[in-house]
Design a protein around this ligand. Structure first.
Ligand code: NAD
Length: 371
């Protein structure tokens, strides 16, 4: 029997609600396989700040250090509530970025997936969705503007100013590009490189390195697209994309747009992979507007579990079952509140009911042995 330790950081807002459903799925996976998961809950985000005065306290660091993988819920407060926490202690600056830095989780994989059968969830017309949307965005996660040096002060004219720097070195760029090329190789052998080299020198270097790395993957066709144009194309012709690679901030923004074209950020799980450690989190935030109402869509969190099973525990077959189970629940005519309006021909279900139905579906699937 394999034993894995999982740090469980439920986070803020809807985090605990969707984490609860993800844990139901993990428990069932345990029942069905020769595997045991030791779940190690820990405080992370605003909740940790209020309890320990630190959004990523030492006790949580210790748990994450020991874990084989980390399952992280969304963190953060509403815009107004955020002001109750000092700027540098706020969840992203105080917990999320330090975690990414600590474990050097430089490769963020964000699937943007909607099969044709679920086209009714999307705000796009069925003819735009065609046979379905199936994109993986590969986002560099530990460099660029978010991690560069920062300075604020008063300038010579007596005006408040801010300076933030966008920094990358060639190693950071080549390591994420290798990840993207390897993924493209396994899929359709087409890689969209998203950049802004007409304005940013960082993109000029990025593209230079890309040309070098591309030589190692001659079978992969590279298509260059400016990030602004890519934003339009995601709406007008999303099916042209398969694997997209981009720097940190472009990936943050375009992947939220990815959620938009599917119909909700609730359909956006992700995997954040480093050489030594990986963590898994929904791409979205803590959704304070719907927290505590049992209406959040847990797909993003359960999908993050599926990505963990595949990437950290070598359980690709069970991961596929989890995806199929979730698609199956929607396929049976159910919908969470984010994806449909009442009266649109679907049966609305709560966060908890979605989790229960996924577990029910999984129970009906033939067992696979853990790798
Ligand atoms: P958000 O992603 O939390 O919410 C945007 C919209 O999407 C809201 O209408 C919300 O209700 C909806 N939504 C998001 N996830 C959903 C789900 N699973 N089911 C149904 N609807 C869902 O973005 P925001 O409101 O701009 O940010 C809220 C907080 O989250 C902020 O404090 C922000 O800093 C933080 N945040 C954290 C992360 C992270 O933990 N990685 C990422 C993004 C934002």
């Amino acid at each position: 029997m394999k034993n894995y330790k999982i740090a469980v950081l439920a986070g803020d807002g809807i985090g605990p609600e969707i984490t609860r459903e993800a844990i139901k799925v993990l428990k069932l996976i345990e029942e069905r396989n020769d595997v045991s998961f030791e779940l190690m809950p820990a405080a992370f985000g605003a909740c940790a700040y209020f309890e320990f005065g630190d959004a990523f306290p030492q006790s949580t660091i210790d748990i994450c250090d020991q874990a084989d993988a980390i399952l992280k819920g969304p963190i953060g407060l509403s815009h107004e509530q955020s002001k109750t926490i000092p700027i540098d202690k706020q969840p992203e600056r105080g917990a999320l970025l330090p975690m990414r830095r600590r474990y050097n989780t430089y490769a963020n994989f964000r699937p943007v997936f909607l099969p044709k059968a679920l086209a009714h969830f999307s705000p796009l017309k069925p003819e735009i969705i065609g046979e379905g949307i199936d994109i993986i965005m590969v986002r560099e996660l530990v460099g660029g503007l978010y991690f560069g040096s920062k300075e604020t002060g008063i300038n010579e004219q007596g005006l408040r100013y801010v300076k933030e720097t966008l920094e990358y070195d060639e190693h950071q760029i080549s390591q994420i590009l290798h990840q993207a090329f390897k993924l493209a190789q396994k899929r359709k052998k087409v890689l969209h490189n998203i950049h802004k080299s007409n304005v940013l020198k960082s993109s000029v270097l990025w593209n230079e390195i890309l040309d070098e790395v591309a030589k190692e993957y001659p079978e992969v066709e590279v298509i260059h697209q400016l990030v602004d144009s890519a934003a339009t194309n995601l709406c007008l012709k999303p099916t042209q994309f398969d694997v997209m690679v981009m720097e940190n901030m472009f990936g943050d923004i375009l992947s939220d747009q990815g959620g938009g074209i599917l119909g909700s950020l609730g359909l956006m799980p992700s995997a954040c992979i480093g050489d030594e450690k990986a963590y898994y989190e929904p791409s979205h935030g803590s959704a304070p507007d719907i927290a505590g109402k049992n209406i959040a869509n847990p797909y993003s969190m359960i999908g993050s579990v599926a990505m963990m099973l595949e990437n950290s525990f070598d359980m690709a077959a069970e991961a596929k079952n989890v995806w199929d189970a979730m698609q199956g629940v929607f396929g049976d005519g159910y919908s969470t509140a984010d994806l449909s309006k009442p009266g649109s021909g679907v049966t609305m279900i709560s966060t908890e009911q979605f989790g229960d139905k996924v577990v029910e579906k999984l129970r009906q699937m033939p067992r696979v042995s853990a790798a």
